[in-house]
Design a protein around this ligand. Structure first.
Ligand code: FES
Ligand SMILES: [Fe+2]
Length: 449
């Protein structure tokens, strides 16, 4: 086999045929794996609520085959696929008022997995069956059209997180899901990679979002108690556009508007236009569950069409002919093209990858700590609901002053974030007012040279 060498010699294919390892600590998510255990400490979306109807639905989450159902009392249940009696699949079960009934011998299970009836037995459900037998089940809740589940230890169910952008008056939340046929971490990485927007979504493809995304801008990354923020600050004529991407650990992300914000018009504390979780179905399949957000601080309501969420998510619709995918690649082409598992060992990371490096390092630390018995932090243990978030766009009129404009952009970007951080203890209208007033003051007074 050719040796593993790092070389920049010309025509070096022969020396690069070795298989690079993927980071298995981050890529493996099944039950009992370190990362799988970590992700199981958080509520995760598992399906669109509208797809849970009168028949049970077989789904896969974190490497587990599960059956999601809505019983006739309108209660959601999420249970292990196989019946604890003799292992028939609950996907063929019948939803009733009191839970789900297995098709094979008619045992009825409540949404928490309790055996309610075991018909055909001499004593019905005797205490012995109930004491020794239970269908594996998980807590579920429906929120804004998504179904969430908690697959971790039942003795430590975390508070359900409600982010401040998810209940903004006048904004419409449209739930959607986007499949990626590859490992989750290479999908997740993109949110802390603001540079890809200028290339993948603008220069290398067609202009998939607004025109200003083609500018690279000044990038900065922030480590926060519950996650990461990546900002890209661009000049658009006399305006400075600060775009904020955000990741709340472990896998919730927000970004600003895809179409409404282009830096040409002032915008004060614009909020996210897509809020999404990158959920591993297993090691090789990923599903992004998300909302597209339409309204005056997200993307404009005219984009609220059947394709709108797909365009906000990817810059392109999801199902496209191969030739079109080649001519106009979007996120799914970039991520799936790496292979099912990216060979992390063969990456050559550069300064613009700093956000990804920080994030992966933190994940490894938290995963390791959990293995040592230290439970990971939750945003809800730092702040009460609704949780402060930052993803969005601010555009201020700050003309170039004849000095070093890159420095000016950096200062404006940092000042905009400091204003948001200073108000993170406030809620709703009060926070908006303080942030927006401070942004207008910044715009009027400028930043110190
Ligand atoms: S296998 Fe489910 S009731 Fe028998
Ligand atoms: Fe992207």
């Amino acid at each position: 086999m050719a040796p593993r060498t790092n070389t920049s010699a010309p025509y070096d294919g022969y020396h690069q045929t070795w298989i690079g390892a993927s980071d298995s600590v981050l890529t493996q998510v099944g039950p009992g794996t370190p990362c799988g255990e970590y992700l199981r400490r958080y509520w995760q979306p598992v399906e669109l609520a509208k797809e849970v109807g009168e028949r049970p639905k077989l789904i896969r989450v974190l490497g587990e085959d599960l059956v999601l159902f809505r019983d006739k009392s309108d209660r959601l249940g999420l249970v292990h696929k196989n019946c604890p009696h003799r292992r028939a699949s609950m996907e063929f079960g019948i939803c009733e008022g009191g839970g789900i009934r297995c098709c094979y011998h008619g045992w009825l299970f409540d949404v928490d997995g309790t055996v309610v009836e075991a018909p055909g037995q001499p004593d019905g459900v005797d205490e012995r069956i109930q004491a020794s037998t239970r269908l594996g089940a998980y807590p579920v809740r429906e929120y804004q059209g998504l179904v969430f589940a908690y697959l971790g230890p039942p003795e430590s169910v975390p508070e359900f997180p409600i982010y401040d952008t998810l209940e903004m008056p006048g904004h419409e939340m449209v739930p959607y899901k986007a499949p990626f046929h590859c490992n989750w971490i290479q999908v997740q990485d993109a949110i802390l990679d603001p540079l890809h927007t200028a290339f993948l979504h603008s220069r290398m493809s067609r202009q998939q979002f607004s025109e200003g995304f083609g500018e690279i801008g000044e990038m900065k990354f922030y480590e926060r108690p519950s996650g990461y923020i990546g900002t890209a600050t661009r000049r658009v004529d006399d305006n400075v556009w600060v775009r904020v991407n955000e990741l709340v650990l472990p896998n919730y992300t927000q970004a600003g508007a895809a179409f409404a914000a282009d830096g040409t018009a002032q915008r004060y504390f614009g909020r996210t236009s897509f809020a999404r979780w990158v959920v591993p179905l297993d090691d090789t399949e990923t599903m992004c569950f998300a909302w597209a957000v339409f309204g005056d601080r997200g993307d404009p309501p005219e984009y609220n069409t059947p394709e709108g969420p797909e365009l906000i998510e990817q810059g392109e619709v999801f199902d496209r002919p191969y030739e079109e995918r080649q001519r106009f690649p979007a996120d799914v082409e970039a991520c799936e093209g790496m292979g099912v598992f990216s060979e992390h060992e063969k990456e050559n990371l550069v300064p613009s990858d700093k956000g990804i490096q920080m994030y992966r390092r933190r994940l490894r630390e938290l995963i390791g700590a959990l293995q040592d018995g230290k439970e990971p932090p939750h945003a809800t243990s730092i702040w009460p609901n609704p949780l402060p978030t930052y993803g969005g766009d601010t555009v201020l009129t700050v003309p170039a002053n004849g000095g070093d404009d890159r420095k000016l952009l950096q200062k404006v970007g940092m000042a905009v974030m400091e204003i948001q951080f200073a108000a993170e203890h406030l809620k709703g209208e009060e926070r908006d007012q303080q942030v927006i007033a401070a942004l207008k003051t910044l715009e009027a007074e400028g930043v110190a040279a």
